[in-house]
Design a protein around this ligand. Structure first.
Ligand SMILES: Cc1cc2nc3c(=O)[nH]c(=O)nc-3n(C[C@H](O)[C@H](O)[C@H](O)COP(=O)(O)OP(=O)(O)OC[C@H]3O[C@@H](n4cnc5c(N)ncnc54)[C@H](O)[C@@H]3O)c2cc1C
Length: 416
């Protein structure tokens, strides 16, 4: 995954037409589309030493394991699916491997298959009523993982010098020569990515911060990039933590409120590698059915592990545990020894088998602690709605009254 990107010559100010912040799927995809449309005067500024963001894999034993995104959800309108199809990366004719789940209780008892089936049918029925998004998921071919397959076609078309890794952005200065109001319904902005404006008119406290350039992006290494447009693909978690320090002038209130309302939750993976197989070859996943708490216990250090909800088999000797929420964030602070100990106790208890071996190694993701992610993915929280995602994506213009040719636009791509 690590790329051999070159750093720019040690000249501190760089001029480019479009500055893309973030080299994850969104940033690479923006670059891909620009290149495909004949625009190559852009730079991608990526904080990490690698591209891909939340699409990343590591080797464990002989396997390549995804630490972030794994599945392509949905078909219609999913650009990732379209990209994968275009490049022959998914096989919709292939039958998925049979999935044999065991649901085990804390007492080490297994829920009868008939009961499980009944619950599953009810769940499926509910699921079918949901959007198509939830119905199908395609896993790119096993031997080539998501990271390799889906990033490759994007990376291939991006000129090497346009991609600068190890360039964490600390400030985005964007020109603003008028107070921005959101009521632009009569403007001819047919090229906007989102047409609707929030219904309430709010004003940003923008002031003119730049006189000669439209946008100026400053990196931690003090390199400056000046240009006409910024495409910002910072994850929502990073925006939640840093939005007030990054944008100068600050983003308009409607965007700040959308950032606040949306949730950026944590889902972590616990990868356990064993010397020998211990689960029956037919079983692919063990669901953990925890007893409800008799008394409310807010001490997360005592019950964090109860948020581990499943152990799924990647191979016969590689098991993937899933944990989410505040408990996942707490887990990120623990040592591997404690996690190994805890997972072994859980598996022995739920499978009622004291001989389940200890894993020889353990690797856990730390999406919340990662300063360039700060969580795993966006969810629409109570009080939030799809509109918030649209507000976030809505471009900001240098001058709302300018017609088609504008400069200084900031596009915050939807990051999910
Ligand atoms: C555990 C997990 C499982 C997931 N499973 C799935 C799945 O099965 N299917 C699916 O579709 N999605 C899944 N997702 C979500 C998916 O990974 C993301 O939606 C997608 O990768 C987001 O792409 P992005 O480009 O918007 O953000 P990112 O991939 O986060 O990219 C943002 C980039 O910005 C960079 N950056 C951050 N701060 C700065 C800065 N200051 N300066 C410069 N660069 C910066 C980051 O390093 C990163 O490279 C999962 C995510 C996680 C964490």
């Amino acid at each position: 995954m690590e790329q051999n990107e070159t750093a720019e010559p040690n000249n501190n100010v760089h001029k480019t037409k479009i500055i893309i912040i973030g080299g994850g799927m969104a940033g690479l995809s923006a670059a891909y589309h620009l290149t495909k449309n004949g625009v190559t005067d852009y730079k991608i500024l990526e904080a990490r030493g690698r591209i891909g963001g939340r699409i990343v894999q590591i080797p464990i034993g002989n396997e390549k394991v995804e630490l972030g995104a794994n599945w392509i959800h949905g078909v219609l309108g999913n650009p990732v699916y379209e990209l994968a199809m275009q490049h022959g990366l998914v096989d919709i004719m292939a039958c998925p491997k049979p999935h044999k789940i065991v649901a085990a209780t804390e007492q080490g008892k297994q829920v009868p298959f008939a009961t499980l089936h009944e619950i599953y049918e009810a769940y499926l029925c509910f699921l079918k009523r949901c959007e198509e998004y939830f119905i199908s998921q395609y896993l790119p071919l096993r031997e080539s993982t998501v990271s390799e397959t889906i990033l490759k076609p994007l990376r291939k078309v991006i000129p090497k010098d346009n991609l600068l890794v190890n360039h964490p952005v600390k400030q985005i200065k964007w020109n603003c020569n008028k107070k921005s109001t959101k009521d632009d319904s009569d403007s001819d902005d047919s090229d906007r990515t989102v047409i609707e404006s929030p219904s309430t008119s709010r004003e940003s406290s923008c002031e003119k911060v730049l006189s000669r350039h439209n946008v100026e992006v400053i990196c931690d290494n003090d390199k400056k990039f000046i240009g006409d447009h910024v495409i910002c693909t910072l994850p929502l978690g990073v925006l939640k933590h840093k939005v007030n320090n990054i944008f100068q002038p600050p983003l308009p209130d409607y965007k700040l409120e959308a950032i606040d309302r949306l949730l950026f939750g944590t889902v972590d993976k616990i990868l356990l590698e064993y010397e020998r197989p211990f689960l029956h070859p037919n079983i692919t996943e063990v669901l953990l059915l925890w007893e409800p708490e008799m008394e409310k216990n807010d001490d997360i250090s005592k019950n964090w592990y109860k948020k581990i909800y499943s152990f799924a088999k990647i191979t016969e000797t590689l098991i993937l545990g899933w944990i989410s929420g505040k408990e996942a964030e707490y887990m990120e602070t623990l040592s591997n020894d404690i996690i190994i100990e805890t997972c072994t106790t859980i598996l022995r208890k739920f499978l009622n088998d004291p001989f389940i071996p200890k894993p020889k190694s353990c690797a856990c993701t730390s999406w919340y602690s990662q300063q360039y992610t700060r969580g795993s993915y966006t969810a629409i929280a109570v009080g939030s709605s799809q509109l918030d995602i649209e507000y976030l994506a809505q471009p900001l213009y240098l001058d709302e009254n300018e017609s088609k040719v504008r400069t200084g636009d900031i596009y915050l791509l939807k990051s999910i």
